[in-house]
Design a protein around this ligand. Structure first.
Ligand code: ARG
Length: 570
């Protein structure tokens, strides 16, 4: 529809130039004014002419009247002037022979764009803290981050996905103390990150009764910072054990990172930035700590060094951003974290700007709301937080049970249950605006009916199954559209490129998830109203097979943008 909008907008611009001498109108603005009418009896696209009243100094009805006759082309069969709106009706041949065929011919690249070519985007996402639980609060950063990466790649950007592991800080002093006191190597090897978290939790409860443990932990962290060989070895091992676990979750989701450079990597890169702040006169000493005053900008100060001279979270982020700029020369650097960190990002983005880095405007924070499950943020079972892997395991198990009932004969059911269970969580989460606080009602998320992941994955499988019966459609045949559901489906499919643009513009993967629901609804309506495999007329049958293939293509491409797997059978 992007092309159609542009073409109509150009025609209107020409007409305005001819009929309203001296008036200014450009095609891009006009294209953005074109709307989708709420119902197809009012046309496929509409121009609300009141938006032009001011520039053209005529009433909307007069403007619509003046432009109505002239704006026709091979895409538009009819233009109506109704109460100051110009309603455009698309030509059937154009829908079938150009749009539909265009989708099928473009295949996997349908919806992709090129405006990002030659530019680089760095995305910082997931980034769990080692030896602390990888919990449901990380679902947002992990799946939104991954979707934003896929979306940017789809519009041509070169993308670098970075897992900025929380692999440095006093928690490692605590872990080292806890492990030496209560840990058993074989148990950690067998129990993985859960065992580490257990030790970490034990440290905290013991330290309440015995605060001297905290001093020990500080001392061990200090030794680690100084490069003590034994501590370094333990620290590396803790990270390794944690990564094994994280990677299982990433594999389930089909996520890969280009870099795992965590916080520790920036230890030796901070002093230069601290020095630069000092040289610029931006550092102030406040109660022994070094800060950057941000009062002028209505924010609390940004903390750079603690009283003991140790660095802080913002210090590391500043050093990491400088390093990434030097390494990747990004055009945009995106950070996906919970909204609880908004102030942190506003502060250090401002500091980067004050330091005179001209790329400061390229830093983008993408926040998201909180997650709870069945109304609970805290978990029941462990007395701890709900782990991401448990959430997925629960979904996979339940989906497995549902599938066993529905389709006991299905081959490869375990793998499919895994893909549908994970998809259910991801889809439920991503079908909401990212800033919304989300409560998972597990039963709703996993249902095969309603606007869920299983429903849309099932719709994809349905398209595959139809195509296995019709066989490959013949693209060279002229298309023959005979039912309104067919036209409605093509028009829905034609909106994919715009949806991609909108999702990229707003850093909002939910645009894609909700669009998938529109496609599934339009396809299922078509499927229920129109005979496909058993259509008598050969041209009609071929056209319907093309429609099915086009729907499968769009669903598949959209799934790829939001971590949903394409299953041909469910
Ligand atoms: N590790 C942090 C956390 O779990 C998130 C890191 C986000 N990225 C960043 N560059 N600050 O809260």
């Amino acid at each position: 529809m992007l092309k159609i909008k542009q073409s109509i907008a150009e025609k209107i611009t020409e007409q305005i130039a001819a009929q309203f001498p001296g008036a200014e109108a450009d095609a891009a603005t006009l294209a953005s004014m074109l709307e989708y009418p709420p119902d197809s009896s009012m046309g496929d696209l509409a121009l609300p002419c009141f938006k032009l009243s001011k520039t053209l100094r005529r009433s909307p009805v007069q403007i619509a009247g003046a432009l109505a006759e002239s704006v026709k082309d091979e895409m538009v069969s009819r233009v109506e002037n109704v109460n100051g709106y110009l309603n455009f009706y698309l030509n059937k041949e154009y829908l079938g022979d150009t749009l539909l065929r265009g989708i099928v011919e473009a295949g996997e690249s349908y919806g992709s764009q090129t405006f990002g070519e030659g530019k680089t985007v760095v995305l910082d996402y997931s980034s769990p803290n080692v030896a602390k639980p990888f919990h449901i609060g990380h679902l947002g950063t992990t799946v939104i981050g991954h979707a934003l990466k896929k979306l940017h790649e789809f519009v041509g950007y070169k993308c670098v996905g970075i897992n900025y592991l929380g692999d440095w800080g006093t928690q490692f002093g605590k872990m080292i103390v806890a492990y030496r006191k209560w840990g058993v190597r074989a148990e950690v090897e067998a129990g993985g990150v859960d065992k580490l978290v257990e030790l970490y939790v034990k440290f905290h409860s013991e330290a309440e009764a015995n605060p001297a443990l905290n001093d020990e932990a500080r001392a061990e962290f200090h030794k680690l910072e100084q490069g003590d060989a034994e501590n370094i070895e333990l620290w590396k091992w803790f990270i390794e054990v944690s990564l094994v676990e994280y990677k299982k979750t990433y594999n389930l989701l089909g996520i890969e990172f280009d870099s795992y450079k965590g916080e520790s990597f920036y230890t030796d890169k901070m002093p230069a930035q601290v020095q630069k702040l000092r040289d610029l006169g931006l550092l102030k000493i406040d109660d022994g700590a070094s800060i950057v005053d941000l009062e002028k900008y209505g924010m609390p100060p940004c903390l750079i060094l603690k009283r003991d001279g140790s660095t802080l979270y913002p210090t590391r982020d500043i050093a990491a951003a400088v390093y990434r700029k030097e390494t990747y020369d990004f055009d945009k650097a995106i950070y996906v974290t919970s909204a609880a960190q908004c102030l942190h990002f506003q502060q250090w983005f401002k500091v980067v700007e004050m330091m005179g880095y001209e790329w400061a405007p390229a830093l983008v924070h993408v926040p998201y709301g909180t997650v709870s499950i069945n109304g609970e943020k805290l978990a029941t079972r462990t007395g701890n937080v709900i782990l991401l892997k448990d959430l997925f395991a629960m979904a996979i198990e339940k989906v497995g049970e549902i599938m066993e009932e529905k389709n006991p004969e299905l081959k490869g059911r375990t793998d499919i249950a895994e893909s549908v269970g994970v998809g259910a969580i991801v889809f439920y989460y991503l079908s909401n605006n990212r800033m919304k606080d989300i409560n998972f009602v597990m039963e709703d998320a996993l249902s095969f009916e309603g606007n869920t992941g299983p429903y849309v994955q099932y719709t994809y499988a349905r398209a595959c199954s139809i195509l296995s019966k019709t066989g490959e459609p013949d693209k060279a045949q002229p298309m023959k559209l005979t039912a309104p559901e067919e036209e409605a489906l093509i028009k829905t499919l034609a909106r994919f490129p715009e949806k991609v643009l909108e999702a990229v513009r707003d850093y909002e993967p939910s645009v894609i998830a909700r669009y998938i629901l529109d496609v599934a609804a339009a396809f299922n309506r078509f499927y229920h109203e129109c005979k496909i495999v058993s259509a008598e007329d050969a041209a009609v049958r071929n056209t319907r097979a093309m429609l099915t293939l086009a729907a499968k293509t769009v669903l598949g491409n959209a799934f790829g943008l939001i971590c949903l797997k394409k299953e041909e059978k469910i």
